[in-house]
Design a protein. Structure first.
Length: 403
């Protein structure tokens, strides 16, 4: 069965491909640090490991051009399958090694895993840009986000709940199975034509196209929008757990909120937001979802300043996570619209890098404001930044780049 042949099958394929991204992120960044600490590994060693594993994701733009330059000889489908193979193989040593006694060896394998995972991410996004029409990119992004969120939750917090009953080896086998399951779907999928690119055959030609893309005013407008627009939801994401703890919720209550309601609301929001973004002009969908998201964050700030407690805060947080799903699915579709297919890996990675910059600066500022002026003040300021980014949208066209 060709999972690239119809819009519905493409939803299944790309949701599965993003599930193979989300599962190891949930396990390696959420579950494994908890397991290592329970085995007596020092906290400083655990945080050093997680910080190291983040680096390939932050630096993936450095080798993303190779995916574009070489894809005429090594097609996107092969990039993904090769990455997934190494993602699974590099997890196998965890089966045999004692985590506490062989941490240095595990670090080496997990770093290779992270490089392969980041390369897979670049290649999947480039493939989506390559095969998806403008009219389905919103819904595809919604399904991809849903696949990623559900697998991240199940293999992150969920694996910790199941660890005592089933054991580490079973959980790790399940993780590898999730990663490789999408490989089988992709193996039986065929591109409608040979993966061609204006960049094929010449690095010089690629550099010419790259220079052309980044000399366009539109590219820089999208980059600036990506750096600013997500400030409101990144603020909530950066301090959501500590905020709820400081408002009287137990760690168990917070854990269950992020395991089930937050993930479910964000996944449903992503699917709905992507579908709506395909029906409306893309920038209009992004505009209305960003306004809704910012107003929800401002409502949370108001409740906090009014010293509200209990379910009203959880309900507001759940609505915020739904609005995050709406916004993310629509904006990622917008970024794909402004990515040249021949630069699918490189240009889209630059946009995603800009969202990482937004996460970094807004999280830093939110943390400082929460400690000095209170959570409410931080939410208000960063929601204001998101609303200010709306002034960029009239200058970002809805035209699809077919170059």
């Amino acid at each position: 069965m060709d999972f690239l042949s119809t819009p519905f099958r493409r939803k299944i394929l790309f949701a599965s491909l993003y599930a193979s991204e989300g599962a190891p992120i949930g396990f390696l960044w959420w579950a494994l640090p908890t397991i290592l600490r329970s085995e007596g590994v020092p906290v400083e060693d655990i945080t050093a490991l997680t910080s190291l594993l983040v680096l390939p994701w932050a630096l993936k733009f450095l080798w993303a051009p190779a995916v574009d330059v070489l894809r005429s000889r090594w097609p996107l489908k092969r990039w993904i399958l090769t990455s997934q193979f190494f993602m699974g193989v590099t997890l196998l040593p965890l089966m045999a090694a004692n985590s506490a006694e062989h941490l240095d060896l595990l670090v080496a394998f997990l770093l290779v895993h992270a490089i392969a995972a980041a390369t897979q991410d670049v290649s999947i996004d480039a493939l989506c840009i390559r095969v998806a029409s403008h009219a389905e990119r919103g819904s595809l992004n919604g399904w991809m986000q849903a696949g990623m969120l559900v697998s991240r939750s199940l293999l992150g917090g969920g694996s910790l709940l199941l660890l005592e009953q089933f054991g580490f080896h079973v959980i790790l086998s399940l993780l590898i199975a999730v990663i490789w399951s999408s490989s089988f779907l992709l193996l039986f999928s065929k591109l409608s034509q040979e993966d061609s690119s204006p960049a094929r055959g010449s690095a010089r030609n690629f550099l010419r196209i790259l220079r052309s893309a980044f000399s366009q005013r539109m590219t820089w407008l999208v980059l600036v929008f990506a750096v600013l627009s997500g400030a409101a939801f990144e603020a909530v994401g950066a301090v959501g757990g500590p905020f709820l703890v400081d408002r009287g919720f137990s760690t168990e209550q917070v854990g269950w909120f992020f395991l089930v309601p937050a993930v479910a609301c964000m996944a449903m929001g992503a699917i709905l937001g992507g579908t709506i973004a395909d029906k409306l002009p893309r920038s209009s969908a992004v505009r209305w979802f960003l306004i809704f998201l910012s107003l929800c964050v401002l409502a949370l700030a108001a409740f906090d300043l009014l010293d509200a407690h209990g379910n009203i805060l959880l309900i507001t947080m759940a609505v915020i996570y739904c609005s995050i799903g709406l916004f993310v699915a629509s904006t990622y579709a917008l970024y794909m619209d402004h990515t040249m297919p021949s630069l699918g890996a490189t240009q889209f990675s630059a946009y995603m890098g800009a969202t990482n910059v937004c996460e970094s600066w807004s999280g830093f500022i939110m943390g400082r404001l929460a400690g000095s002026a209170g959570y409410g003040a931080g939410f208000v300021l960063l929601a204001g930044v998101s609303l200010l980014s709306l002034f960029l949208l009239p200058f970002i066209s809805d035209a699809q780049s077919d170059s």
